[in-house]
Structure formats: C-alpha cells, structure tokens
Design a protein around this ligand. Structure first.
Ligand code: ADP
Ligand code: MG
Length: 247
C-alpha cells in the first residue's frame, strides 16, 4: 500500500457499505465518487458531510464496510498513509509557523525540505497568489489568504484525492467565487478526485460535475449536477435548496 499514486488520472473512490456511529447517532454511506472530477457533498447541518470526509481521510475509521481508493482498501490506514489531502473550514494553519512553513508541512511533517520541495512550495504559493507573503504568520493574513495557504499546502501534497470541507464558508461572495475558480482551475489541471462540501447550491453549481446529497447520516440522492439543479432534480434536494433560498 502506498500513498504515492500519480494524481494526473484521478483515483476512483468508493465508500463500500461503510457504517459509523457517534454514540446513538448512526451513519451509513454507500457511494462512488467519479475519478478525476469534482463532486459536491451537500445536505443539512448534521447530515454527515464532515463525517463522510473524515472516513475518507482516515480521521475516523468505519465500524464496518470499506474505504476503497483505486480499488485498494484503506479502511484502517492512518491519514498519512492515504493518498488524500484535506482542507478544513478553519484552523488549518499552525499559528507559530509562517506561510512558507505551513505549506511545507504538506510535504514533510518535520519540515525537512529539499531544493525541489522548496521550488514546489514556491510554485504552489504563486498558484494561490501568495508570492511575497512567505514570511507572514497566519494572524498577519486575511481569512481568504489563510484559506489560500491551506489550499497551497494541499497542492504541494499532490495527492490524487482532495477533500474540501466548507473551506470558503467564512468568506464573502466575491472572494468565495475567486477561490472556487482557483479550485476549479487547479482541479482541471491535476484531475484530483475532489469532494467539496458546501451549503451553497450556487457554489456547487459553479464547480461540481456531480452531487451527493446527504440526509440523516446517509446518501439520500446522487446525480449529475446538471440534473440535480434542474426543475426535475431529486425531491429531497429541491426541498433543501428551496429552504436555502428562503422559499
Ligand atoms: P455535517 O458536517 O453534515 O454538519 P457531521 O458529519 O459533522 O455533519 O455530523 C453528523 C452527525 O454526527 C450529527 O448528528 C452530529 O451531531 C454527530 N457528530 C459529529 N461529530 C460528533 C462528535 N465528535 N461526537 C458526537 N457526535 C458527533
Ligand atoms: Mg460539517
């Protein structure tokens, strides 16, 4: 089992009858995520979106079932053994490390960086518009810049699966659109199999090819984004999107 899979083709990703529980709260996911594409993971608060991502990343281990990446069983592997990187809604960064080092952690937890690693970090910083801010500490950055650093760290890891858990939820609409376009551009280049959790149907519409819709700890509907957002989309999703729009 190796974490060093090439990212360019994307990886197939499947949750094969995985179950999980937090005490009385039971979750069960059976879903396949198209290789090399962006899937929006949507659903009401508490429906299990973060838990689903945590099962893929290895921060949670399923009670039963399997996490399959390119057909290999990673169900019991630690997060660092998985060909996965994750960006959280917040608290992605170490407060006492500057931007360059925070990104470098994506390559080496001990920050033992080669010349090639340093170039990869500089590239990722350029890609995310952070050149010149290498020496800043997280508190010296805006919220949007901090999320760019988190994204840059995910980019240097160059893993075939990218998990984004409401990464831009705290940003205003204009900045969020910029960040979404950046994610979409990088994903189009590298073809990571990407799971993108968002509350905002318009964000999903902007970047996602597919949608997985969760309710009560399980998959309530899946489909192509185009179909989901049409008037004939799944009833459960239409109710949710209608409520989001205040209808
Ligand atoms: P979402 O990300 O869709 O808001 P979560 O995956 O965070 O949902 O949570 C799914 C369910 O699991 C919710 O009912 C939530 O209250 C519960 N849950 C999540 N994390 C914990 C935890 N650490 N301890 C106990 N229950 C939790
Ligand atoms: Mg969540």
């Amino acid at each position: 089992m190796t974490a060093d899979m090439p990212a360019r083709q994307g990886a197939s990703l499947r949750l094969d009858k995985t179950t999980f529980s937090y005490g009385q709260t039971r979750l069960a996911f059976d879903a396949e995520f198209p290789a090399g594409e962006i899937t929006a993971v949507m659903g009401p608060s508490g429906s299990g979106k973060s838990t689903l991502l945590n099962l893929v990343a290895g921060f949670e281990i399923p009670l039963s079932g399997h996490v399959l990446i390119n057909g290999l069983d990673f169900s019991a592997a630690s997060p660092s053994e998985r060909p996965v990187s994750m960006v959280f809604q917040e608290n992605n960064l170490f407060a006492h490390l500057d931007v360059f080092r925070n990104v470098g952690l994506g390559i080496s937890p001990s920050l033992a960086l080669t010349a090639a690693d340093r170039m990869a970090i500089a590239d990722a910083l350029a890609r995310t518009g952070l050149t010149g801010k290498e020496k800043r500490l997280p508190r010296e950055l805006s919220g949007g810049e901090r999320q760019r650093v988190a994204l840059a760290r995910a980019l240097v890891r160059d893993r075939p699966v990218l998990l984004l858990d409401e990464p831009f939820a705290s940003l205003g609409p204009a900045l969020r659109e910029d960040m979404l376009d950046l994610v979409a551009a990088v994903q189009a280049e590298r073809k990571m199999t990407t799971l993108f959790v968002t509350h905002q149907p318009e964000d999903a519409r902007r970047v996602a090819a597919h949608v997985v819709f969760l309710e009560n700890g399980t998959v309530a509907a899946t489909g192509r984004a185009h179909d989901f957002f049409s008037a004939n989309g799944p009833a459960a999703f239409r109710r949710y999107a209608g409520a989001m729009n205040g209808e």
